[in-house]
Structure formats: C-alpha cells, structure tokens
Design a binder for this molecule. Structure first.
Ligand SMILES: Nc1ncnc2c1ncn2[C@@H]1O[C@H](COP(=O)(O)OP(=O)(O)OP(=O)(O)O)[C@@H](O)[C@H]1O
Length: 480
C-alpha cells in the first residue's frame, strides 16, 4: 500500500513540475510575443536616430541641448561640460551664448517639437564599437514619436541651422596635456576662440586662394583616397620669418572650414614618442592639428637626450619651467605622423621660421604635402593692410578697391581727425582711402617689414589715417 501511495505522490509532484514548466514556457512565449509586438509598434510609431562621435558635426550638434531643444527652460537634468565652464569671458551675455548644455548621462530628456514628442538620451557604446566610432565611448540617441520620417528631417534641418549659427562665430581650440595616469596624453578643451575672417589675413596674390582651394579639394576627396589606398590626411608646412601671418592664417582657415584646432606642443614637458603617437591617433576625423615652430621643438629635443634631461631635472628641480623635459625624437614624430591609426581627414599644419633646418624626412610628401612660404610684406600687402585697417565696418559694403574715388567726399578743411570716427568717418575716409594707401605703400620698401610690424605701426595711428600715411617715411628710417 505504501509504495502505491509514494508512487501517486511522485506522479502528482511530476505533474506539478510539468505544469510549472509549461507555465514558465507560456510566460516566456508571452514575453517574446510582447517584445515582438513592442518592436513592431515601436518601429511603427517611433523614429530613432543615432549620433556617433566619428561624425563630428552632427554628434556635436546632437549633444548641444540649445540646438535640439531651444526651450530648455523645461529641462530638469542637464550637464555643463567641463570645457564650457572654463570659458573665461567677462560678459555674462557672452558666456550665455557660448556655454553648451548637454543632456545628463543619468537622465534622458524629452521635449515637444512641432506637436511631436521627442526623447534624447546619452548611451554608452561598447568598447569594440567605441574603437570604431572614435574617442568618446558614447552615442546620442534621438527618438521621435511619429510615423512621418519628415519629422526627423525637419528637426535636423532646424537644429543644423541653429548649430551653424552658434559655431559660425567660434573656433574650438584644444591643447595636448598629460593626463593623471602616467605616460598617457590626451586632448583638453582650451577655449572657444572668436573666428577670424580670412579676409583679415593678407598674403601675396594667389597664396591664400590656392591654399584654401587645396584644403577644400582635399576634404572633398575622401573616396578618391580610399579607392587608391592612400591615407586620407594631408600635411601643410608654412614657413617664413616671424610675424608674416602663418598662425593667423591657420586660425582663420579653421573658422572658415568650421573645424576645431588641436594645438600640439612638441616641447611640452615629458611628452615622449608614445604620448605623441597617442595624441595624433586620438584626434577626431576632420580637424586641424597645429604644430608651431616645429624646428625649435625638434632641435631642442634632439640636442638633449632623455638621460641628460633626467640629470638636468634632478639637478635643478625648481627650474622645470626653463628646462625642456620632453623626449620626442625625430623618428617618433615621423612614426606618429605616419601612424595607421591616425584620424581620417586630418589636416596637419606645421609652422617654422627655419625651413632649411628641417630634416628632409619630415618634409617629404605624405608628411608635409604642401610647402608654402610666407614672406615679408610686399607693397601690395602693405596697400591692402592699410585699406583693411581704415576701412571701417560702417563703410558701405560696396566699397571695393577701385571704387573709392567714385564715392562722395566728405573731407573738408574744418574737421579734425578725432571727430572722424564719431561723425561718419567711414564715408569721410572712403574717398581718400586709395590715395592714402598708395602714399603709405610708396614709403614701405618691398619685403623689408613683416606684416606684424606694419600692423603695429598702423595700430599706433589707428584713428589717424592721414598721419599714418604721412609719417610712414620717417618710421621706415627708424624702424628696427
Ligand atoms: N599676412 C598678414 N595679414 C594680416 N595680419 C598679419 C599678417 N601677418 C601677420 N599679421 C599680424 O601679425 C601678428 C602676428 O602674426 P602671426 O602670429 O600669424 O605670425 P606668424 O608668421 O605665425 O609668426 P611666428 O612665426 O612668430 O609664429 C598677428 O596679430 C597678425 O594679425
């Protein structure tokens, strides 16, 4: 009797287990079905866009709360990136226009745009993907409650316009710096620079235009490079005496192309070949890397090997500032420039005052593809500088080089120079501008002064165009 009872109990337990198993399977099936239905409904009702760091502009745009959700007053969780907090502007208004707000990592935000619900979140991307997509380990996801794809197009068009308006006036500047972990270097946001118009950099005829068209041509040829297996990057070597506009041109170009500038200081203390390689491989695609005075940095490091530097540092621990402690070698620079992990679309600009001192290996095509000489000011540069200097912003925009004579002259013997600026100075000077510029140019010898020294002279006479032209011969005789 007892074995029969045990058997019955066993059967009932097995039956209960089986029922439980079936229940679990049914629940799992329901869950899968729910997920399946959810995905169908989600795909039908929601449009999702992902933004990855490799697509620099659209990623930066999507991270900027001011751009995607201008009515940010309703947002509750916002991050102010470290870099923006560093913005050192005296005017509150300036800070407000330059401070970027980002969605918080912990809390996504939602907003309404044209009666549609939108949701933005910052998501981590896994290490494998992050290697593919760039230096930041995250992406931005925008979800729109709508089955009309045009809703996304409309938002992106509006956001792109807002973003362009914000960045049009600004240049993002990054600098290399050692990170806390030894032997590791990274890029740090330094400042939002005001964009310098390219027209304010005056070079010899054709130099600026050919450089700009070369850069633009390069940036639009990605596929051409890829098809031929050529690394998609280009190096420019700008050389010439100090104060001839090399750096100014590079800054103006970055503003024109709306590309961030990454300033690489080869003479940074303790920068070594590995750090340099890491830095050059971690810039984003489409950016401008600037190495100033490349000859100085390299000659200093090569004259002083790592051991000597260590000894010097130990001997004078308090004089770190004056002693170069970097260990970058020429071969390290060459390897870093050639690095296969270097960002695509990278524009490298190096400047030097001593072209002949550079190693030919550094200057060869593939590393420095385009060499451009920036010379001391020619007469035509002096002429254009004078005109630009005294061509007030209030002057009619139609005022071109040879049209000044046709404008009505407001000059009369009764006005004083100082009153010109407050009482229609622009129109007053415009009629004489060309003749004053010619007078000035006649006194300036060809290629004897740098544009920087001409600029200094003109600044001294910034409200006295007539005196600036008249005093130029005397200045030329005494100028250093
Ligand atoms: N070609 C130019 N057109 C207009 N301004 C110029 C030009 N060259 C120099 N300047 C002015 O001179 C100053 C110094 O110029 P910049 O720093 O660009 O010269 P550089 O050639 O880079 O000098 P360095 O070799 O010493 O770095 C700037 O304020 C700039 O406005």
């Amino acid at each position: 009797m007892a074995p029969a009872l045990n058997m019955l109990a066993l059967l009932s337990a097995v039956r209960e287990w089986l029922m439980l198993l079936v229940l679990v399977e049914v629940l799992n099936g329901l869950k899968t079905l729910t997920m399946f239905l959810y995905e169908i409904i989600y795909d039908f009702f929601f449009i999702t866009a992902h933004f990855y760091p490799q697509d620099y502009m659209s990623y930066e745009m999507s991270r900027d709360v001011r751009v995607l959700a201008p009515m940010r007053a309703s947002l509750r969780y916002i991050t102010v990136p470290d870099e923006e907090a560093e913005t050192n502007s005296a005017k509150v208004d300036d800070i407000m226009t330059s401070i970027r707000l980002e969605p918080s990592r912990s809390a996504p935000y939602s907003f309404w745009h044209k009666r549609r619900w939108m949701h933005v979140s910052r998501d981590d991307i896994n290490a494998r993907k992050s290697r593919k997509y760039g230096r930041k380990h995250e992406s931005i996801t925008l979800t729109i409650l709508s089955w009309d794809r045009k809703a996304l197009d409309r938002l992106l068009i509006q956001a792109k316009k807002a973003y362009t308006d914000i960045v049009r006036q600004l240049v993002y500047i990054y600098v290399s710096r050692p990170s806390r972990r030894a032997r590791n270097w990274s890029w740090r946001f330094k400042a939002l620079g005001r964009r310098r118009p390219l027209t304010s950099v005056i070079l010899d005829d054709g130099v600026k235009e050919s450089l700009i068209s070369d850069v633009k041509e390069f940036l639009s040829s990605r596929q051409w490079y890829l098809n031929r297996g050529i690394p998609f990057r280009r190096g420019y070597l700008l050389y010439g005496p100090p104060g001839c506009g090399k750096t100014s041109f590079i800054y103006a170009l970055s503003g024109e192309l709306q590309l961030p500038i990454y300033i690489l200081s080869l003479s940074s203390p303790k920068l070594d070949d590995e750090g340099l390689r890491h830095l050059l491989s971690s810039v984003p695609g489409r950016c401008l890397v600037l190495i100033q005075d490349i000859d100085v940095a390299l000659s200093r490091t090569m004259n002083c090997n790592a051991d000597t530097q260590d000894k010097l540092a130990e001997a004078s621990p308090t004089q770190n500032v004056s002693i170069s402690l970097n260990r970058v070698t020429l071969s390290g620079v060459l390897n870093a420039l050639d690095g296969i992990t270097s960002a695509e679309g990278r524009l490298l600009f190096a400047t030097t005052n001593r072209y002949s001192a550079l190693d030919p290996a550094l200057c060869r095509p593939g590393r420095m593809d385009v060499h451009v000489e920036f010379r001391l000011a020619s007469k035509s540069q002096a002429y254009e500088m004078f005109r630009l200097f005294f061509l007030s912003e209030q002057a009619p925009t139609s005022l071109k080089r040879n049209s000044a004579q046709s404008l009505i002259s407001y000059k009369s013997s009764s006005y004083s120079e100082s009153s010109l600026f407050s009482t229609g100075f622009a129109r007053s000077i415009s009629s004489d501008l060309d003749s004053l510029a010619s007078q000035f140019t006649n006194s300036i010898p060809e290629q004897q002064f740098s544009p920087a020294s001409l600029q200094l002279y003109l600044i001294r006479h910034k409200e006295q165009p007539y005196e600036a032209a008249a005093n130029a011969p005397a200045w030329v005789k005494t100028a250093p």
